[in-house]
Design a protein around this ligand. Structure first.
Ligand code: ADP
Length: 239
């Protein structure tokens, strides 16, 4: 099956006051359809840079990136934006919701770009909010919700367009332990039930442990990758 995301020898250098910072130094990885992977590493290791590239929010300095089998380099900016809109949903540490807008309208918004009518947009948004356990909060604005609820709205918004991949950048970074656990449980369930691949970036090992695959990044390189093989059946786990 075509991987959802495929990176081959990606590099990304930033030019800063005449100096070149090599944030990624040659990263290769494939994220299969339906996977649940965590990218973990210390601050400055290149996680956000990698996430932005995987999400087509940035272009690599060199290397190949394929989104659902389509090579990024060959696409003009507007075609890339359309591919991104159809294929990838984003969740950010700080939610990025419209503050004065109801949960329902926040979630329905991305569907405007799909050319769907208002009735259909709202019906899909309602179903997405139901899926994150917020069917009773449709008319609430973000300011009337807890951080955990706001992140669940953001997850519903990321999934309403039925993407292949959900990219989550430190999704529990602004939440207390209990709300963070709840958000991770929802991501886990959505991954199992809807088959959307989930890739999350974190510096917290406890958060990364929720994923079925851990990709450790350090100094712009992949240091280790537990791979896609299920954890069971590798032996050494005792009877
Ligand atoms: P992480 O997400 O793991 O904290 P980043 O991908 O943000 O790491 O950063 C990797 C390296 O690239 C760091 O040394 C950082 O300072 C540098 N960097 C990131 N973004 C920029 C930028 N826009 N301009 C210059 N340097 C950057």
């Amino acid at each position: 099956m075509t991987p959802a995301l495929e990176a081959i020898d990606l590099t990304r250098s930033y030019q800063l006051e005449g100096l070149s910072v090599d944030a990624l130094k040659g990263v290769s990885l494939a994220i299969d359809q339906g996977e649940f992977a965590a990218i973990i590493g210390p601050s400055g290791s290149g996680k956000s840079t990698l996430m932005h590239l995987l999400g087509c929010l940035d272009r690599p300095t060199s290397g190949v990136l394929r989104i659902n089998g389509v090579e990024m380099a060959g696409l003009a900016d507007n075609d890339l934006a359309e591919l991104r809109n159809r294929t990838i949903g984003f969740v950010f540490q700080s939610f990025h919701l419209l503050a004065r807008t109801s949960a329902l309208e926040n979630v329905a918004l991305p569907l405007v770009y799909r050319g769907l009518g208002r009735t259909e947009r709202l019906a899909k948004a309602r179903a997405a909010l139901d899926a994150v356990g917020l069917g009773h909060r449709l008319d609430h604005r973000p300011s009337q919700m807890s951080g955990g609820e706001q992140q669940r709205v953001a997850i519903a918004r990321a999934l309403v367009g039925e993407p292949k991949v959900l990219l989550a950048d430190e999704p529990t970074g602004n939440l207390d332990t209990r709300n963070g656990e709840e958000v991770m449980r929802i991501l886990d369930r959505l991954n199992s039930e809807s088959g959307v691949a989930v890739v999350l970036v974190t510096h917290e090992p406890e958060v990364a442990a929720h994923a079925r695959r851990q990709i450790h990044v350090r100094d712009g390189l992949i240091e280790s990758d537990t791979g896609t093989t299920p954890k069971t059946g590798r032996g050494g786990e005792g009877a």
